[in-house]
Design a protein around this ligand. Structure first.
Ligand code: GDP
Ligand code: MN
Length: 392
C-alpha cells in the first residue's frame, strides 16, 4: 500500500529520519486556517499547504503552496481542497511549518528485483523529476545495489558515506546525510517497505538535512506483521473505486486499470499474461479480473456484468483455459451471461484453450451472437480486442 506524504513523514520520524516540524492534517478550509494561525502564533514565519494524494507532481499541479498569512492559507486551501491531480481528488491537506531551502537532493531505497537485493539511488540534483535527471545527466545519479548479506545488520555507515560522497554532497552535510541514509534504510526494513523515497531531501540554511517530501510504499505481503497496516488507513484517501468495492463484496478478484480493453480470465497468472499481450498489441487493459477456477454461467455473468459497467470498457477479452471446467461449459457460460445481461455495445472476444476448447468454440460460433467472437489463439484475441476497442 502507498502512504501519503504526511504518513511517510510519521514513519520516517519514528525511525530517526529528520523531517520538518510536525504539521496538521486538515479536511476543511476552516481547519487549514486554524492550523496556519497556530503555526504562525508558534513563531513559524510561513506554512506550506500540501495536497495529500497518492500521486507525485503535486507541486506542478498547484497542490503545494506557501502561505505567510492566514488569508493566504485560506485562499490556497480553498483552491487545493477538491483539486483534481491526475485523477486524484484532494480531500486531505497537510499544513506544515515551511522549511527554508538552500539545496534540494534526491534519496531513495527500493527493492531491486533484478539483483535480488536493495537499491539506493542518490543525487545532488533533487526536487525535480529524477528520471529526467537520469536521462539528461546520468552521472549525477548514483545507483548502488546492495545484497541482503551486505545489509544483514542494516546499511553500514561506511557504505552510506560512500554513496553520499559519490553523489558529491557538500562536505559539511555528508555525515548527517549518511546517517540519515542509514536510518532511511532501517525505516525501509523495519516497516517492510518496498520503496522509501525522499524528493527533495533538503539542506536548510542552518546546515541541516531533512526530508521535505516522503513517498513510501509498504509491502502488502507483510501486512500480517504490522496488524494489517490498519494504522495507515485514512478516511478520505483510501476510498476505493465503486466497481472494486462491488467486486470485493461479490468475492471477485478485480482491479480497475486505466485502459479500454476489459480483461477477464481464469487464474491470476493467465489474467496477468492477458494484460501483457493486450499491451504488446498496442492496447491497454481497463481492468484485471480473475474469475477463479470454474467459469460457470453464474460467475461469468456476474464478472462480465461488472466489467461492462465500466464506461471505459470498449471491448472485452475473455481468456479461459479449460481444465476441470471444460470448453463447452465455458462457452455456455458466456452465452448464458450475454443472455442475462441483455443489450450492451461492446464486443466480446473469447479465447478458449485447454479441455474441449474446440467444442467450446463451435458452440460459440453456432450460437452466432452478434457481439461475440471466438478466437483461436491468445494473440488473435488480443489483436481483435485492441482493434475493437480502438474502433468503438
Ligand atoms: P511533489 O511536487 O508532489 O513532489 O511535492 P513536494 O513535497 O516535493 O513539493 C514540491 C516542491 O515544493 C519542492 O520541491 C519544494 O521546492 C517546494 N516546497 C515544498 N515544501 C516546501 C517548504 O516547506 N518550503 C519551501 N520553500 N518550498 C517547499
Ligand atoms: Mn516531491
Amino acid at each position: 500500500m502507498d502512504l501519503v506524504e504526511f504518513q511517510g513523514k510519521v514513519l520516517f520520524h519514528r525511525n530517526g529520519v529528520a523531517v520538518p516540524p510536525v504539521g496538521t492534517v486538515c479536511r476543511t478550509v476552516e481547519e487549514i486556517v486554524a492550523a496556519t494561525a497556530t503555526a504562525l502564533a508558534d513563531g513559524f514565519a510561513a506554512v506550506v499547504v500540501k495536497a495529500q494524494v497518492k500521486i507525485g507532481g503535486r507541486g506542478k499541479a498547484g497542490g503545494v503552496k506557501l502561505a505567510t498569512t492566514v488569508d493566504e492559507a485560506r485562499e490556497h486551501g480553498s483552491n487545493i481542497l477538491g483539486l483534481d491531480i491526475k485523477g486524484h481528488i484532494v480531500n486531505v491537506v497537510y499544513v506544515e511549518p515551511a522549511s527554508d531551502i538552500v539545496e534540494e537532493y534526491y534519496l531513495s531505497v527500493m527493492h531491486d528485483r533484478v539483483n535480488k537485493g536493495h537499491l539506493v539511488i542518490c543525487s545532488k540534483e533533487g526536487g525535480v523529476d529524477i528520471e529526467e535527471v537520469n536521462r539528461v545527466n546520468p552521472d549525477a545519479v548514483i545507483k548502488r545495489s546492495l545484497t541482503p548479506a551486505e545489509t544483514s545488520n542494516g546499511l553500514p555507515l561506511t557504505i552510506a558515506k560512500e554513496i553520499i560522497v559519490g553523489a558529491n554532497f557538500p562536505v559539511e552535510v555528508q555525515d548527517e546525510a549518511a546517517t540519515l541514509l542509514v536510518n532511511l534504510f532501517a525505516a525501509y526494513v523495519n516497516e517492510d517497505a518496498t520503496l522509501a523515497e525522499i524528493n527533495p531531501l533538503i539542506r536548510t540554511p542552518d546546515g541541516h538535512i531533512r526530508a521535505l517530501d516522503a513517498k513510501v510504499t509498504l509491502d502488502d505481503n507483510a501486512a500480517f506483521r504490522h496488524d494489517g497496516f490498519t494504522e495507515w488507513k485514512i478516511a478520505g484517501i483510501d476510498a476505493i473505486d465503486p466497481l472494486e468495492a462491488e467486486a470485493k463484496e461479490a468475492g471477485i478478484q478485480y482491479v480497475k486499470l486505466d485502459g479500454h480493453v476489459g480483461v477477464l480470465g481464469n487464474g491470476a497468472g493467465l489474467v496477468m499474461a492477458t494484460l501483457d499481450v493486450v499491451a504488446q498489441n498496442g492496447g491497454r487493459a481497463a481492468n484485471f479480473l480473475d474469475i477463479g477456477g470454474g467459469a460457470s454461467a453464474d460467475a461469468m455473468a456476474e464478472s462480465l456484468g461488472l466489467v461492462l459497467r465500466d464506461p471505459n470498457v470498449k471491448s472485452v477479452f475473455i481468456n479461459v483455459f479449460g481444465g476441470i471446467t471444460r470448453g463447452e461449459e465455458v462457452a455456455n457460460g458466456v452465452i448464458e451471461a450475454t443472455r442475462r445481461l441483455g443489450d450492451f455495445p461492446q464486443t466480446l472476444i473469447v479465447r478458449l484453450d485447454g479441455t474441449n476448447a474446440e467444442e467450446g468454440r463451435e458452440i460459440l460460433n453456432n450460437a452466432a451472437l452478434k457481439n461475440v467472437i471466438a478466437a483461436a489463439t491468445m494473440h488473435d484475441a488480443a489483436v481483435l480486442a485492441v482493434s475493437h476497442a480502438n474502433n468503438a
